[in-house]
Design a protein around this ligand. Structure first.
Ligand code: NAG
Ligand code: NAG
Ligand code: NAG
Ligand code: NAG
Ligand code: NAG
Ligand code: NAG
Ligand code: NAG
Length: 377
C-alpha cells in the first residue's frame, strides 16, 4: 500500500516536471507569433485580427499581410502587395474589399469614356454566395470574365429602360438594373460595362452604363443610381481561409496546423477559399489562431480583472497575460491530473474494501465489479 502510494507520488512529480517543461516550451513559442504588441488597426479599418497583421511577426504568413500605407491620410489598408483596399475582416473567413466599378459614359457629342477594371486575388476567392454581378443603365449590358482553375469563364446581363418611371426601386430585374450570380472559385475577374446605343435617347437622365461585383446585401437599386454618378468603388466580399496544407483532416497532422487550444477546425459550406478555418469551442471566446486565447467564461473574467492595472505599458500587460494564460492552463492540467489520480487511488481502495465485505453483502448490485472509469462517465 505505502509503496504504491510512493510510486504514485513519483509519477505525479515526473508529470508535473514534464508539464513545466512543456509550458516553458509553449511560452517561448507564444513569444513568436503573433508578437504581443502588434498594431491591430489601420485608418478606417478598425480591427485587423490575427492571422492578419500589418507588421513582421504579426501575421501568420504572407497571405495575411495587410499593407498599412502611411503615405495616405488616413492610412490605407491594402491586401498583401496589391492596391486592393480592405474595409472589413471577419473571423468567419470573409474580407470586404473595395473593387472598381466599370463605367461606359457619353456626353452630348457622343464622346465616350470607359474603363475595364479587374480584381485579382491570388490567395483568396471572390465569394459566390455573398456577391452579385450587377449592371446599371438604360440600354446597357455588362459582362464579367475570369478563370476557374484552367477554365475560362464569361457571362453577362443587360438592362433596358426608356423613362425613369420604368424602373422600380429595390428591384434589379432588367429595368434599369440587372443582377446575376457568379460561379464558385473565381480568383481573378475583369468587369466591363457597355452601351447598346451610346445612351442617345436617355442621355438627359442616364449618361452611363455601369458594371460591378457587389456584396449583395449592400446594394439596393434606386432610380437615382441611373442619373447620379455611381461611386468609384463598391464593397465586394472575398473568402479567406488557411490554405496550403489541405482541409481539416489533413491539416490537423501538419506542424503548421493553425487551430490552437480549445478551438475546432471547420470548413464552411458557403465558403469557396478551400483550406480550413478555426473557431473557439462552444462556450469559449477569443482568437482561435492564437495560443491559449480561446477561454471559457471564468478565465475570461479573470483576465479582464488582470487588465485593470494601467501604469504598466500595454505591450507588457499583454505579454504578461499570455504568460499568465499558459500558467492557468498548466495549473488546470495539474489539478485535473491530481483529481484523476485521487479518483484512481480512492476507487481502487474502495473496490478492495468492497471485495472484502462482498461475502456478507446481500445486495447483488454491490457485488458488481466497479469500473474505474464509471465516475467520469
Ligand atoms: C504598401 O503600399 C504602398 C502604397 O501603395 C507601396 O508604396 C508600398 O511599396 C507597399 N509595401 C509593400 C511591402 O508592399
Ligand atoms: C464587418 O462585418 C461584420 C459582419 O458582417 C459587421 O458586424 C461589422 O459591423 C463590419 N464592420 C465594419 C467596420 O463595417
Ligand atoms: C486579372 O485577372 C483578369 C481575369 O483573369 C485578367 O484578365 C487580368 O489580366 C488580370 N490582371 C492582372 C493585373 O493580373
Ligand atoms: C431599399 O430602398 C427602398 C427605398 O428606396 C426602401 O424602401 C427599402 O426598404 C430598401 N430595401 C432594403 C432591403 O434595404
Ligand atoms: C426611388 O427612390 C428615389 C430616391 O432614392 C426617389 O427619388 C424616387 O422617387 C423613388 N421612386 C419611386 C417610384 O418610389
Ligand atoms: C444608389 O443610390 C442610392 C440612393 O441614392 C445610394 O445610397 C447608393 O450609394 C447608390 N449606389 C451606388 C453603388 O452608387
Ligand atoms: C505539411 O504540409 C506541407 C505542405 O502541404 C507538406 O509538404 C508536409 O509534408 C506536411 N507535413 C506533414 C507532417 O503532413
Amino acid at each position: 500500500m505505502g509503496s504504491s502510494e510512493m510510486c504514485l507520488r513519483l509519477v505525479l512529480v515526473q508529470l508535473v516536471l514534464s508539464m513545466v517543461a512543456n509550458a516553458a516550451l509553449t511560452t517561448t513559442q507564444l513569444a513568436q507569433l503573433p508578437k504581443p504588441d502588434c498594431i491591430r488597426k489601420c485608418g478606417e479599418l478598425e480591427s485587423i485580427p490575427y492571422p492578419f497583421g500589418t507588421e513582421a511577426d504579426c501575421y501568420l504568413n504572407e497571405d495575411f499581410f495587410i499593407n498599412c500605407s502611411n503615405t495616405d491620410n488616413p492610412p490605407m489598408p491594402f491586401l498583401r502587395k496589391s492596391i486592393i483596399r480592405v474595409t472589413n475582416i471577419t473571423m468567419d473567413g470573409r474580407l470586404q474589399v473595395q473593387s472598381y466599378v466599370s463605367r461606359d459614359c457619353y456626353d452630348e457629342n457622343g464622346k465616350n469614356t470607359n474603363n475595364t477594371p479587374s480584381l485579382n486575388m491570388s490567395q483568396s476567392t471572390i465569394s459566390d454566395t455573398q456577391n452579385k454581378f450587377t449592371v446599371i443603365g438604360c440600354g446597357s449590358y455588362g459582362y464579367i470574365q475570369g478563370e476557374i482553375g484552367e477554365k475560362y469563364y464569361s457571362v453577362g446581363c443587360g438592362s433596358s429602360c426608356v423613362r425613369l418611371e420604368d424602373v422600380t426601386n429595390g428591384s434589379c430585374s432588367g429595368f434599369g438594373c440587372c443582377q446575376i450570380d457568379i460561379p464558385r472559385g473565381l480568383k481573378g475577374i475583369a468587369v466591363q460595362a457597355s452601351s447598346l446605343d451610346r445612351h442617345k435617347k436617355v442621355l438627359h437622365f442616364n449618361p452611363c452604363s455601369y458594371a460591378f461585383v457587389i456584396e449583395g446585401s449592400r446594394f439596393n437599386f434606386s432610380s437615382s443610381n441611373l442619373s447620379a454618378t455611381i461611386t468609384k468603388t463598391v464593397p465586394t466580399a472575398v473568402d479567406w481561409a488557411i490554405t496550403g496544407h489541405g482541409k481539416c483532416e489533413e491539416a490537423r497532422n501538419n506542424q503548421s496546423y493553425a487551430c490552437k487550444e480549445n478551438s475546432n477546425c471547420y470548413e464552411p459550406s458557403d465558403h469557396s477559399a478551400g483550406g480550413y478555418l478555426c473557431k473557439c469551442k462552444d462556450g469559449y471566446q477569443g482568437n482561435p489562431y492564437i495560443s491559449n486565447d480561446c477561454r471559457g467564461k471564468e478565465n475570461l473574467q479573470a483576465s479582464r480583472d488582470l487588465r485593470l492595472p494601467t501604469l504598466i505599458q500595454e505591450p507588457q500587460v499583454r505579454a504578461f497575460l499570455r504568460y499568465e494564460r499558459a500558467l492557468y492552463g498548466l495549473v488546470a492540467e495539474v489539478s485535473r491530473a491530481l483529481i484523476a489520480m485521487e479518483k484512481v487511488s480512492s476507487t481502487g481502495q474502495k473496490s478492495r474494501e468492497d471485495d472484502s465485505s462482498a461475502k456478507t453483502s446481500e445486495s447483488p448490485v454491490r457485488n458488481k465489479p466497479q469500473s474505474l472509469g464509471r465516475s467520469e462517465a
